[in-house]
Write a protein that binds this ligand. Structure first.
Ligand SMILES: Nc1ncnc2c1ncn2[C@@H]1O[C@H](COP(=O)(O)OP(=O)(O)OP(=O)(O)O)[C@@H](O)[C@H]1O
Ligand SMILES: [Mg+2]
Length: 199
């Protein structure tokens, strides 16, 4: 099963989302692979430097070109699970990843310019592939957040979860995985798995 973390915009939370989902995937029964399609390799570096035991069960594959990505995804077994982190602003590589996706998680944030960028990604997702948003670094008590959720609900776009803004999550590779982060991403992970199974 291949879950693609997809956004064209930079700095929305793709890598953070990919790493947390890979950690949760590794807690399941199946072999977990994190495919890093970003030449910056921030997800790969995070896992390489991490102390968390969870990551010992995650295989990291760096695949920053279409050829390497196709090869990496072709090597994922039917019963295994892969999370794909994607680079910002690289439409062709993202399209390549989406071709193999069983579920797509689109990280986004609350804010004015976000909606059209998310819509552009949603349009790229092949028909019948389930897709859900995750609102990253969310201030769930704000009016803007509530309005955004209401907007997506009205547009019939699934929101698979919201991850609160936390210092421990912002610390990234410099800290242990945040308990709040794992809790929030667990909900996203369950919904992605269920959606992939039902599609
Ligand atoms: N829930 C959160 N709370 C606080 N900070 C967060 C949260 N999620 C992500 N961040 C921070 O937001 C920044 C961008 O996140 P991240 O690197 O995951 O985004 P990205 O989409 O992968 O960026 P890029 O496009 O550069 O690859 C990072 O500094 C990260 O630590
Ligand atoms: Mg990134």
């Amino acid at each position: 099963m291949i879950v693609v973390v997809a956004a064209l915009k930079g700095g929305v939370g793709k890598t953070t989302t990919s790493v947390y989902l890979a950690a949760l995937a590794a807690q399941g029964r199946r072999a977990a692979t994190l495919v890093d399609a970003d030449a910056q390799a921030s997800a790969a570096e995070w896992l390489d430097g991490a102390d968390d035991d969870t990551f010992e069960r995650v295989t990291v594959v760096e695949a920053p070109t279409e050829r390497l990505l196709a090869k990496a995804l072709g090597g994922i077994g039917r019963d295994d699970v892969a999370i794909v982190d994607t680079p910002p602003g690289h439409e062709r590589l993202l399209a390549k990843a989406l071709e193999s996706a069983d579920a797509v998680v689109v990280p986004t944030r609350v804010g004015g310019v976000e909606t059209p960028r998310v819509e552009a990604v949603l349009e790229m997702v092949p028909r019948k592939v389930p897709v859900g948003l995750v609102i990253c670094s969310a201030r769930t008590y704000t009016r803007d957040y509530q309005d955004m959720i209401a907007g997506w609900t009205e547009a019939d776009v699934s929101v698979w979860g919201s991850v609160p803004e936390r210092v421990a999550i912002a610390a990234g590779p410099e800290a242990w995985l945040s308990v709040d982060g794992l809790d929030a991403y667990r909900g996203v992970w369950r919904r992605a798995l269920r959606a992939a199974r039902e599609s």
